[in-house]
Design a protein around this ligand. Structure first.
Ligand code: SF4
Length: 353
């Protein structure tokens, strides 16, 4: 069914999803989102005059791009900076340095109050839909609110668009009268997705969108997101700590550690031939569905260091089982180590040979 509110959006039926996405230099189409050397540092103030005494280096020199119809998974342990990347992309936080380019437009310096049109093009789906939905509003009003705010639809046309959105995410039209607390967790996440879709965005930042859900419901929501991507050619930045979930939905995966990307490639290369010791360790903890296959678990020593005082050289050196002297002094660049496979490790060749 062709739905009126979807007019203008190219339905990508019959077009296969991006199978293998290559690095920025090889992209033939302009990406929906491109971030270049993005940094977000939070000043820590203290003392009598509240002077800046330190910085939290939450994101430090992150670059990637996402095409229409593509999902980039952003993974890493809690506190690695992945959610800060998402918020900075959406300009909920102002970057300290670097550029955010949305549909070819550098939005880094656009004042927040002038970002109205750009905000229409990019939407967010939160981890906890309940706290992002107004508990005193009927769900139909919540989903239709962006249409009214942007002056796109009102009255009967808006009601019809809301019904179409409900049905599109697997909810029933009559549920529009219910309040958020009357829905299950999975249904609330569907509401959050419907609201995100209302403005017909090009990019959705999904920040741990299924972490709070039961496993069976997780699969339903992931499948819904994948169906929507196929139909609407959406670009997703999918942020998660769960590699198994990210493997299912992503085309490419970026692994973050202490504010930096340490590995970036398509999901098959990442899972079959990881090129960074941190990725190796993360993958060793992913359960294998075949009980006859055993994976040796790599246990990392110690905790993630504080982003206020990241270690010199390779920031992973305090936990890396392969560490050598060079790792403690020189920052390894993120470089192409195999076709379209990027990793930041001085000793990659020695480790993989
Ligand atoms: Fe480990 Fe050194 Fe590679 Fe860092 S550069 S991941 S410390 S081997």
């Amino acid at each position: 069914m062709v739905i009126e509110w979807l007019a203008g959006k190219v339905i990508a039926c019959g077009v296969s999803m991006v199978e293998s996405i290559v690095g920025q230099s090889e992209q033939s189409r302009s990406p929906v989102l491109e971030i270049q050397d993005l940094a977000k540092h939070f000043p820590v103030r203290g003392g009598f005059l509240s002077r800046v005494s330190a910085n939290v280096y939450a994101v430090d020199g992150v670059s990637f791009s996402i095409q229409a119809g593509e999902t980039l998974g952003l993974v890493g342990e809690s506190g690695c900076g992945k959610s800060t990347v998402g918020k900075t992309v959406l300009r909920l936080l102002d970057p300290t340095a670097g550029r955010v380019i949305l549909n070819g437009e550098d939005i880094t310096k656009v004042p927040r109050e002038s970002l109205r049109e750009q905000r229409r093009q990019m939407q967010i789906v939160f981890q906890d839909p309940y706290s992002s939905l107004n508990p005193r509003m009927p769900s139909g009003k919540i989903v239709g609110e962006p249409l009214e705010n942007y002056g796109l639809k009102s009255g009967k046309a808006k009601d019809e668009a809301v019904v179409a959105l409900f049905e599109r995410v697997g909810l029933r039209a009559e549920q529009a009268a219910k309040y958020p607390h009357e829905f299950s967790g999975g249904q609330r996440q569907r509401l959050g997705i419907a609201r995100a879709l209302a403005l017909n965005p090009d990019l959705i930042v999904a920040d741990e969108p299924v972490s709070a859900l039961d496993v069976s419901v997780q699969a339903q929501v992931i499948n819904l997101l994948m169906d929507l991507q196929r139909e609407l050619n959406l670009a997703y930045l999918f942020i998660s700590h769960d590699l198994a979930v990210v493997e299912h939905i992503s085309h490419r995966i970026a692994v973050m550690y202490l504010g930096k990307i340490v590995e970036l490639t398509d999901k098959r290369s990442l899972f079959e031939a990881p090129q960074h010791p941190y990725t190796e360790a993360l993958l060793s903890a992913v359960p294998v569905p075949d009980p006859t296959q055993k994976r040796d678990r790599i246990i990392l020593r110690g905790d993630v260091p504080s982003p206020m005082n990241p270690p010199p050289g390779c920031t992973f050196h305090t936990r890396c089982p392969y560490v050598e002297d060079i790792c403690r002094v020189e920052v390894p660049p993120l470089q192409e180590v195999r076709p379209s496979h990027y990793a930041a490790c001085h000793l990659r060749e020695a480790i993989s040979s």
